[in-house]
Design a protein around this ligand. Structure first.
Ligand SMILES: [Zn+2]
Ligand SMILES: [Zn+2]
Ligand SMILES: [Zn+2]
Length: 170
């Protein structure tokens, strides 16, 4: 059993996000080439949009950015692209926000846990095998068969917390 594994931490405000985005795309290209799966132009563009920041993005926002037009009903192509990216492990769906975020370590095993900041909307990802094992064990004790584990924790990231505290103190 592996120990706590931080997949995507909350980024520092001065980090080079262009690098995050570029390395996620390069990783997806490499992985698809190895697996023989097709990273079409649309799938790649959707992944690029998911990685536009560390904030999970909703499908209709992806659509808006793809077309630069007023919002329309989401065509199935975007959902199909998202399904592909999820299957390949490049993006995760944050169920409580109905939004998608890029995975910082595609191919990691086991369920991930997400920390979501309620102020800036950014999310971090950890994949702690101990947590998923324990949840699975408790589920079995209740004679429950787990289809999927979704652990989403809402709170405040370090970048948002001090700003609030400072305002209150000074
Ligand atoms: Zn980044
Ligand atoms: Zn992941
Ligand atoms: Zn925050």
């Amino acid at each position: 059993m592996s120990t706590l594994h931080v997949v995507s931490p909350f980024p520092r405000s001065n980090h080079s996000h262009a690098r995050c985005q570029a390395s996620a795309l390069a990783c997806a290209e490499r992985t698809c080439a190895e697996r023989g799966s097709r990273l079409t132009a649309l799938r790649r563009r959707v992944l690029e949009l998911v990685w536009r920041s560390h904030e999970p993005i909703k499908a209709y926002e992806i659509l808006d950015r793809l077309h630069n037009k007023p919002r329309r009903a989401a065509p199935p192509t975007v959902y199909r692209a998202l399904d592909f990216l999820r299957r390949e492990g490049f993006v995760h769906k944050i169920e409580s926000m109905n939004a998608y975020m890029g995975c910082g370590a595609p191919g990691h095993t086991g369920a991930a846990q997400f920390l979501i900041c309620r102020l800036c909307g950014m999310a971090a990802e950890i994949a702690d095998a101990g947590v998923s094992l324990r949840l699975g064990k408790r589920a079995r004790e209740l004679d429950f068969t787990v289809d999927a584990q979704t652990t989403e924790i809402h709170g405040l990231c370090a970048g948002c917390r001090p700003a609030r505290r400072k305002r209150g103190q000074t």
